[in-house]
Design a protein around this ligand. Structure first.
Ligand SMILES: [Fe+2]
Ligand SMILES: [Fe+2]
Length: 199
């Protein structure tokens, strides 16, 4: 695996500047969560920094690129190819940045849809992507606080918010998002704490 500074150099050369800056912001936010929750800083950092590395493939080319690389495409991804940047990201993390650790790769794989049984590392990456400093939505500061207190509760609220958004715009909901939501909603029957995030 490359050193983090080398990864940053390659990532900067591969992504539009705005996307690179977002990646560094997610990296820093994920490290804060890793520190609060006592996670492996190096692994969280690499997964967060590289979470969008698949974006080096433009959305309109991602279906062709997935076919070329032998990446399996599901029904939801076929309809919303931008989702594929997660699987493409796993490929580039392995082949361009030398990442072999499954937990780091899963953090990249699940950062867009979520999934059931996410590791604390994957939750930190998902939440950092949603909550990095340039993000803004009603209730974001409450969500930032919740992410520091209980990442699973923050994930459940984030799923709810995402699903409401997708329904509003008639977009597809990836099954991993529904499975992830159901798992946590079943675990936390008390929904009060997500009230602030309802649109
Ligand atoms: Fe992404
Ligand atoms: Fe992102």
């Amino acid at each position: 695996m490359l050193k983090i500074e080398e990864m940053k150099r390659i990532l900067k050369a591969s992504l539009p500047l705005k996307r690179y800056k977002h990646s560094v912001a997610v990296y820093e936010t994920a490290l804060e969560l890793a520190s609060v929750h006592g996670l492996d800083m190096q692994k969280v950092g690499v997964s967060a920094l590289l979470h969008d590395c698949g974006r080096e493939v433009p959305g309109r080319e991602s279906l062709d690129m997935a076919a070329k690389l032998g990446i399996e495409v599901d029904e939801t991804e076929k309809n919303q190819p931008i989702l594929l940047h997660a699987k493409l990201g796993v490929y580039y993390a392995q082949h361009k940045y030398g990442v072999t650790d499954k937990e780091i790769l899963d953090g990249i794989l699940y950062h867009t849809t979520g999934a059931p049984d996410m590791t604390p590392l994957a939750m930190a990456v998902y939440l950092a992507d949603l909550l990095e400093p340039t993000r803004d939505f009603p209730g974001i500061n409450k969500m930032r606080q919740l992410a520091k207190e209980d990442m699973e509760k923050a994930m459940m609220c984030a799923y709810g918010q995402t699903i409401r958004y997708l329904l509003e715009y008639d977009l597809l909901i990836h099954p991993n998002c529904i499975y992830g939501y159901n798992q946590l909603a079943g675990k936390f029957k008390n929904r009060d704490r997500c009230g602030a995030f309802k649109g």
